[in-house]
Design a protein around this ligand. Structure first.
Ligand code: TMP
Length: 214
């Protein structure tokens, strides 16, 4: 008997955009509809991801080209790991929500490294797995930085106004570039938490309604 594959939903946004809260709410909603849902993130908790987190926190240092290569390596492990990789979960019929994926690296790394090279580095990952949809929670960098200052765990490397503004602009350039090939949903992240969750659910519920169900 073949198992229906799970859906793959990715959350994107600048640091401090409120992805974590919304991922938790969406996961709950999906499970209430009797689907199994696994949430995960990039950088991962794996070998390369842990190294990346040290760099992001300023505890280890490397150049931005090496960082781009590490993000690509971490992503391949995220996809292919035969213990808990994305492909394995999806094949088992488990739906997956990932906090960041390919658009994060295009937006963040292309500020310092040519986008073409970043895309080449990630071509194998894209060939293996593309999301059903990318949900981008949009907020202004000033609001993001206020939220980060209020105590959320911080990544020193990119959490400054100049970088976050550049990253946000790059996301919007990417949305134009991929408008015909990727399913990208932009959500106004300055609304209250419930309204944001409603907007997200309106866009993804189609994946979790069983045809012929009540
Ligand atoms: P977060 O866990 O709070 O989302 O932080 C992850 C940080 O890593 C954030 O600053 C974005 C950055 N990042 C990249 O620069 N490239 C990537 O490919 C990914 C996945 C994250």
């Amino acid at each position: 008997m073949s198992v229906t594959k799970g859906h793959f939903i990715v959350f994107e946004g600048i640091d401090g955009s409120g992805k974590t809260t919304q991922i938790n709410l969406l996961k709950k909603h999906i499970e209430e509809n009797n689907f199994i849902c696994h949430d995960t993130k990039e950088p991962t908790d794996g070998l390369v991801g842990s190294l990346l987190r040290q760099c992001l926190a300023g505890k280890a240092q490397t150049d931005e080209m090496t960082l781009a290569a590490l993000f690509a390596a971490d992503r391949l492990d995220h996809i292919l790991n035969d213990k808990d990789g994305l492909l394995k979960k999806l094949e088992e019929g488990i739906s997956v929500i990932s906090d960041r994926y390919i658009l994060s690296t295009y937006a963040y790394q292309s500020v310092r490294v040519p986008l073409k090279w970043v895309m080449d580095l990630n071509s194998m990952a894209v060939g293996k797995l593309r999301p059903d949809c990318h949900i981008f929670i949009d907020i202004d960098p000033d609001i993001a930085l206020e939220r980060i200052a209020k105590g959320r765990k911080s990544n020193e490397l990119f959490e400054n106004k100049k970088r976050l503004t550049e990253v946000r602009n790059r996301y919007f350039d990417l949305f134009k570039q991929f408008k015909d090939t990727e399913n990208i949903i932009i959500i106004n992240g300055t609304q209250n938490i419930e309204k944001i969750a409603d907007d997200i659910w309106k866009n993804v519920s189609k994946y979790f309604i069983i045809e012929g169900g009540e």
